[in-house]
Design a binder for this molecule. Structure first.
Ligand SMILES: Cc1cc2nc3c(=O)[nH]c(=O)nc-3n(C[C@H](O)[C@H](O)[C@H](O)COP(=O)(O)OP(=O)(O)OC[C@H]3O[C@@H](n4cnc5c(N)ncnc54)[C@H](O)[C@@H]3O)c2cc1C
Ligand code: SF4
Length: 504
């Protein structure tokens, strides 16, 4: 029998959380995931395989605004993009939920406040076993609980860097991380603090990604079924267009259909919008649930730059992603507009630097640089614009996107290098990430109470189709400058409270 109470499309952060939360209800749940299980193998931690070989990245090509084809840095697996994420899970700041004036425009308010999401952030931090020290981050929003586990301490060189920037008046904090590390008893710990965490998969499943944290526990329930390598190609409605009745899938070269009472779309912002647009019919001529014309619009990606900063001192740190700064999140004495957040990224290896360096730079130079480098990651908010949108062209996904709010980001990158110079760094490799790095994709089906201007209501149910929800990152009306996944998870838990009531 192919009929279910709930079908979840996509086993990433949003879909995984819904499966985890609904599994104990006993409802018959089917999860459809286009990828397979990412194998635990040596290449998980092999920089050549990850950076040069681009192993695990999707093969498909998307189009940019000029119809140039590019290979997105997206990952289709059980666990979605979280299989390779940096596991830095952060709450949005309290003020991010209100309207904020930026250098290039307005970041719009959400229709509920931080306090409405706060209990779900607390639950999300428990499910993802977050490590952090409450009270360190100067922009930390009010929290009703401590972090479940203490922060991962800095390795000696990172502690030195933190101390020297603190002497310049800055406020270092420990990043909040989703790794299964026993800080008090490291020998007795699943996570071994290796040098290949961000952006690698974890070979020993010690990273709390959406598979480990959500899908694995959910599929232990007999009422939850997961079909992998199953691409959902279309959502089918009844004649009135008011309800989805079935999904059409491709599995092993065959087409099949599955029916359900409730459908939860969670393919990631870009793919969810594309699937809705593909699923148009007579009742939904511009795409399913698109009477507002807003499906695919208001895509946001964050403005990101990496700064590889070289100092005279070697940096033998293995696990570098422990340090962050939010001193300039809302501006600086010289900038009356938000700049963004500073965090570390994975420790660079020479092969990663080779991706940014001219071919003429010899390997020995790159090796020297990597040995002395400290690797920073700067993220600034970008703003929702209806013209930044996902469409379909000849069946392909087109990401028609122009970056905005870049002056603030560039100011931020310049200013941070100024601080680093004062902390004895003397050479910088700065790279702004390209469009293909769609890691922080959000927006495309924003939520709100007005069906004329939003796709989803505040429960993330589509305004137009009564049994269709979207629970991935598509709902964000604005995104702050923090990493998005904890907010995706917290929101999905909030939606599940509503679903549990409505499923009966
Ligand atoms: C390298 C990297 C580093 C990152 N680091 C961080 C970090 O440190 N902190 C943080 O908060 N975030 C980080 N992110 C972002 C994070 O991974 C995403 O925000 C998060 O995974 C988005 O959740 P989602 O549910 O919207 O989509 P996803 O988790 O991507 O899930 C979507 C799922 O849907 C499946 N799917 C798509 N289309 C279909 C279809 N048609 N049929 C069936 N299944 C389908 C996909 O295969 C995928 O499994 C990082 C991402 C990357 C790539
Ligand atoms: S640091 Fe820990 S969680 Fe990250 S990849 Fe290594 S073992 Fe896994």
């Amino acid at each position: 029998m192919n009929h279910y109470d709930v079908i979840i499309i996509g086993a990433g952060a949003g879909g995984g959380t819904v499966a985890y939360s609904l599994a104990p209800t006993g409802k018959r749940i089917l999860i459809l995931e286009r990828g397979g299980y990412l194998p635990n193998e040596d290449d998980n931690w092999n920089p050549d395989a990850i950076f040069q070989g681009r192993k695990y990245q999707v093969e498909e090509k998307w189009l940019d605004r000029d119809n140039n084809s590019f290979r997105p840095q997206a990952f289709y697996n059980v666990g979605g993009n979280t299989k390779v994420y940096g596991a830095a899970l952060q709450r949005m700041r309290e003020a991010d939920f209100g309207e904020i004036k930026h250098q290039a425009g307005i970041s719009p308010a959400w229709e509920f406040s931080y306090q409405d999401l706060e209990p779900y952030y607390t639950r999300a931090e428990s499910i993802f076993k977050i490590h952090g020290n409450k009270g360190e981050d100067i922009t930390e929003p009010p929290m009703s609980a401590e972090y479940p586990f203490p922060a991962l301490p800095h390795e000696p060189r990172m502690q030195e860097v933190a101390d020297s920037l603190e002497r310049l008046g800055l406020h270092p904090h420990h990043l909040t991380l989703a790794v299964d590390r026993n800080v008090e008893d490291p020998e007795n710990s699943k996570c071994i603090r290796c040098a290949t965490c961000d952006p690698y998969p974890c070979k020993i499943d010690a990273k709390l990604d959406a598979q480990v944290a959500c899908i694995d526990p959910a599929t232990e329930y007999n009422n939850v079924e997961l079909k992998i390598n199953t691409v959902v190609t279309r959502l089918i409605t009844d004649d009135s267009g008011a309800r989805v009745t079935a999904v059409e899938v491709e599995i092993g070269g065959n087409q099949e259909q599955y029916t359900a009472d409730t459908f939860i779309l969670s393919c990631g912002s870009i793919n969810s919008a594309a699937l809705l647009l593909k699923s148009g019919n007579e009742r939904h001529p511009d795409g399913l649930a698109n009477s507002s014309g807003m499906v695919g619009r208001n895509l946001m990606l964050h403005n990101h730059s990496s700064i590889v900063a070289i100092a005279g001192k070697p940096n033998p740190t293995k696990f570098q992603k422990t340090l962050g700064f939010n001193d300039f999140y809302f501006g600086s004495p010289e900038h009356d507009y938000p700049l963004g957040q500073v965090q570390m990224t994975g420790k660079s290896k020479w092969n990663r630097l080779a991706l940014f360096a001219p071919d003429s730079v010899p390997q020995s130079t790159l090796e020297y640089m990597a040995e002395h480098a400290v690797d920073w990651w700067l993220t600034s908010e970008d703003l929702p614009e209806p013209d930044n949108r996902v469409t379909l062209k000849d069946g392909k996904i087109k990401v028609d996107f122009t970056r905005n709010n870049l002056k603030a980001h560039n100011d931020f990158v310049d200013m941070w290098q100024g601080y680093l110079r004062k902390a004895d760094f003397f050479m910088f490799m700065v790279a702004q990430v390209p469009l293909s790095a769609v890691w922080h994709q959000v927006g495309t089906c924003k939520f709100g109470s007005d069906p004329k201007t939003t796709v989803l209501d505040l429960n993330c149910r589509t305004h137009d189709v009564e049994n269709l929800y979207v629970v991935d990152a598509s709902f964000f009306p604005s995104m702050g400058a923090v990493n998005p996944t904890l907010t995706i998870v917290a929101n999905a838990l909030r939606v599940c409270d509503h679903l549990k009531d409505s499923l009966g």
